[in-house]
Design a protein around this ligand. Structure first.
Ligand code: OFO
Length: 182
């Protein structure tokens, strides 16, 4: 019996195809890494004197942990074996406030690609349970990319007068994306 399907898999309905299960475990790792990356940004922003943006990143870090647990629990519920990931050290230093948000948006684009790949592979494998489960993440990624994109647009508008970063920092303290409804 393959480890990824768990000890009692023979007696359980295992809905996830093996190649999809590997991708889902990769996604668990990527979501956990996202959380650590945003915690690292939270610390950098706090140190640089942007408490509002720091709180924003702390909330993002919590959300990512929830994303990680959601995949983890799904794998278990569907009869697979969820793997607790080893986390690569996230980026700690950033050139500027703008660099933090550009790095975050680029990271979210990679996450979106990984999610779309799972959707693609689950459809190919006729694993429609995973295909259906992943729709929440497709909607969530649209939300996340749009949120970081909006923040970067605001930053670009303010770049001519850096004193106005102060106001953006205050706005970020309460700014958040909408969770997709399922
Ligand atoms: Fe989990 O959405 Fe960002 O990474």
């Amino acid at each position: 019996m393959h480890l990824l399907y768990g000890k009692f898999a023979a007696n359980r309905i295992t809905m996830i195809k093996e190649n999809v299960l590997i991708l889902l475990n990769d996604q668990i790792e990527l979501e956990a890494f996202s959380s650590f990356q945003y915690m690292s940004m939270h610390a950098w922003l706090e140190n640089e004197g942007y408490p509002g943006a720091a709180k924003f990143m702390a909330r993002q870090a919590e959300e990512e942990m929830m994303h990680m647990k959601k995949v983890f629990n799904y794998v278990i519920e569907a009869g697979g074996r969820a793997i607790s990931p080893a986390i690569t050290k996230p980026q700690e230093e950033f050139d500027s406030f703008v660099d933090v948000f550009e790095t975050a948006l680029n990271h979210e684009r990679k996450v979106t690609e990984a999610i779309h790949n799972i959707v693609f592979e689950s459809q190919n494998a006729r694993d429609f349970t995973t295909f259906n489960f992943m729709q929440w993440y497709v909607a969530e990624q649209l939300e996340e990319e749009s949120l970081f994109g909006t923040i970067l647009d605001k930053i670009k508008l303010l770049e001519k007068d850096s004193s106005t970063f102060y106001h953006l920092d205050i706005e970020l303290e309460t700014m958040t994306g909408e969770e997709p409804k399922m």
